[in-house]
Structure formats: C-alpha cells, structure tokens
Design a protein around this ligand. Structure first.
Ligand SMILES: *Cc1c(COP(=O)(O)O)cnc(C)c1O
Length: 326
C-alpha cells in the first residue's frame, strides 16, 4: 500500500490495532515513511524513540491538554488545529509550532468551516502551516465528491498539502493529480488489518475439568446445564475478550428469539469468541480479567492443557500477550 499510494501516513493510535503502538512505530520505521500519525499527544512518547520521523497528532490541539501544550514547538511534532481561537494560542505556546488546519467535513466532529478557515490562516503568522486536514466519514457514497469540494476550497484559501483520511490510495492519487497538490493519506485499519486472512488470534487452554449437570462453577457459582467439561481459556476482559460494539436494537430481539427457542442466551449465557472442537462455545460466566470459563458438552473431544484454540478478537479493542511471525 505504501508503494502504490500517494504519501502514506500510517496511523498508530489507541491499542495499536492489536499490535501495540511500539510495534507499529517499528513497522513505520521499517517502511521508511517520513511521518507517523498518533491519536493523542500522550501517545507521542510511546513512539518517538522507535520511529524517527515526524509525528502528527490527530486529536485537536487544545490549550487545556498539558501533553499537547508541552509538545508545541517540538520540531518533530505537527499539531492539528481545529478552532480559530486555538491558532494564536498554539503560536504562543511554542517556537513556530508546526500545524495542520482541519476542515469540518460531513462527519461534523472537529474542524473549521470556510469562513473560519480563512480567519485561521490570517491568524497563523506565528505558526508553520503544513497543510489542510480532511477527515471523511467511512461511507463510500459521495465521499470522493466531498473530498474534491473541500480540497478545492482549502486550496483557494491557502495552497498546501492535503492530509486525508478514508479515501482509497487510488482515490487519493486521483485527488493529488486533479488538484496538483501533495496528498498525504492516513491509513490505519486498512494498512494494519487490511488482509484479515494473514492474521490469526489464538488462546491457550489453561485448564480442563469434567463437570456434571447441576454442579456449580465459577465466581458466580452458577449451575452447569449439562454434562461436559469446564475449559479455562487464556484471555479475559483485560485482553478485550467479550467486548463488542454496541448493538442497538438487536439485543432485545435476539433475546426474544433466544427465549422462544430455549437458547442459553435466555438464561443469561453468552456465546464466547472461542472455537473449540469446531464450534463457538458458551461462556459459563462473564470473562474474568485474564481468563474465561466456557462449557464444552460431553459429546465433544476436549483439548489438552497447553493446546491453542482460535479466538475471535476485534483487533481495534484487543490487547494480546504476544505477536508472532508464523
Ligand atoms: C483513526 C484515524 C484514522 C485512521 O482510521 P482507520 O479507519 O483506522 O484507517 C485516520 N484519520 C484520523 C483523523 C483518525 O482519527
């Protein structure tokens, strides 16, 4: 992707897309890109010893963020400015700080409208403006048109590089040649996790115990509903096991369906992300901090202690113990 696209700015933020910030910083260093993006000013310290190029902070610069203020004027750091009143504040906080100005997109999250963009440019004497940033929504439809429109507006206010999110490398290349300006394409998920088949996540079997129907198990001492094995598997809340995106209206309906069909979810059981002997298995109770208890029915072949089993993890919320090259 780095070779194919315009200037790619890898994004290393949050949990580091499952790999951790340092590993992504090392990867960016290996890719030999000039700039790495981090989410917050607080994350700069996590990557700056590993990655030696410039660091752009995606979260808007605010005078009340002590980490952001401390980095203002650091020659390697580029701050994102999203409000007119922050322009003089950022300029006053450091020696000719490097900034990018963010335009407000249909996301309506942060950023300047056109009039504010003009005012920001006029107020930016004390800062080194490194271009415009445009953060588009994930929706495909209308995305390129919006990018074109905002990019052209930005160029009419002040010519400069465009820092863009959520276009494909091809779209970003098109934009760069249409407007004849450098485009820096910020990539996170599609760069690090774009080919899911290349990644597998597994959990170690920590313990296996025979149980009979009606016996009590776990912190909550719930009764087991059928004969089988208690499997104690590595991975708990600290790893992001059992974390799901909010499902809005799906849950009550799912619950009703489950009640009607006599499913385990109706009695408060949840399907776990662990696959054992070919199927996802039910949690016996909510995941613990670093391990989870699931039930394997008696008719299945139990794994051995030390075996690994597949576990489905959302890598933008997961923290793994080890990353290995297979
Ligand atoms: C997180 C973030 C990205 C990367 O998003 P992905 O969907 O992971 O590619 C790009 N731009 C901005 C401004 C972001 O905050």
């Amino acid at each position: 992707m780095v070779a194919a696209g315009p200037d790619v700015v890898p994004v290393a933020k949050g949990n580091g897309y499952g790999f951790g910030l340092r590993q992504l910083a090392a990867e960016a260093e290996r890719l030999d890109v000039p700039v790495l993006a981090v989410g917050t000013a607080a994350e700069v310290g996590e990557v700056r010893e590993t990655f030696h190029g410039d660091l752009v902070v995606l979260q808007p610069w605010r005078p009340a963020d002590p980490d952001a203020v401390a980095l203002t004027g650091d020659p390697r750091v580029i701050s994102t400015v999203t409000r007119v009143e922050d322009v003089p504040a950022v300029a006053a906080a450091g020696e000719r700080p490097r900034v990018v100005l963010e335009l407000r997109t249909s996301m309506r999250r942060h950023g300047l409208d056109v009039a504010e963009a003009r005012a920001a440019v006029e107020a930016a004497d004390g800062a080194e403006v490194e271009g415009w940033t445009i953060h588009l929504p994930l929706l495909t439809e209308g995305r390129m048109e919006e990018a074109r429109e905002l990019a052209a507006l930005a160029q009419s206010v002040r010519p400069g590089p465009l820092w863009i999110s959520h276009l494909t490398p091809t779209e970003a290349g098109t934009l760069a040649s249409e407007l004849d300006v450098p485009v820096r394409l910020r990539l996170g998920t599609s760069l690090w996790l774009g080919r899911p088949g290349l990644l597998t996540t597994t959990a170690t079997v920590l313990d296996v115990h025979r149980v009979r129907r009606g016996e009590r198990v776990g912190y909550r001492q719930r009764r087991v509903l059928k004969d089988g094995w208690v499997l104690v598997l590595a991975g708990g809340t600290a790893h992001g096991v059992g974390l799901e995106a909010p499902t809005s209206a799906a849950s009550p309906r799912a619950r009703a369906v489950s009640l009607a069909t006599g499913g385990l979810a109706a009695v408060g059981r949840a399907l776990s992300p662990y696959t054992v002997a070919g199927r996802k298995r039910w949690f016996l109770e909510p995941p613990h901090m670093q391990s989870s208890m699931v039930l394997l029915p008696a008719d299945a072949q139990p794994p051995a202690v030390g075996d690994t089993v597949p576990v489905q993890l959302r890598l933008t919320t997961a923290v793994v113990d080890r990353v290995v090259d297979a």
